[in-house]
Design a protein. Structure first.
Length: 112
């Protein structure tokens, strides 16, 4: 078993609040992402009728704002090269998915 360490809350109130706000916004973004998966991005919130797409982009904006504030409060930045590698990986994956979709659309000669 690993060593037990003393866990204490972040003592800097600004960092504590910025971390908390980023977490709150991440939760709200996760909720609308789930709704888009379940209902479709072109669906809408059942009670208010607000389009899921509109809610999604609002929550993405809120998330980006909270992350920018967190970066400012802790006076640090993430590794841009890592972000670029991640984005390039997502784009390669997209190409694979698109190719798979094209292949799935072509009738298999053995099925005829």
């Amino acid at each position: 078993m690993g060593d037990i360490t003393l866990w204490k809350p972040e003592p800097d109130v600004l960092i504590h609040q910025a971390l908390g706000k980023a977490l709150e916004e991440a939760g709200e973004l996760a909720a609308i992402l789930a709704r888009c998966l379940i209902q479709g991005i072109n669906g809408s919130e059942p009670k208010s009728g607000k389009p899921n797409r509109e809610s999604l982009w609002e929550e993405i904006a809120d998330m980006e704002a909270s992350l920018q504030w967190l970066r400012e409060v802790v006076n640090d930045e993430f590794d841009e090269a890592r972000a670029d590698r991640k984005l390039n990986g997502f784009r390669r994956w997209q190409q694979m998915l698109e190719e798979d979709a094209r292949q799935s659309a072509i009738p298999d000669e053995t099925e005829q």
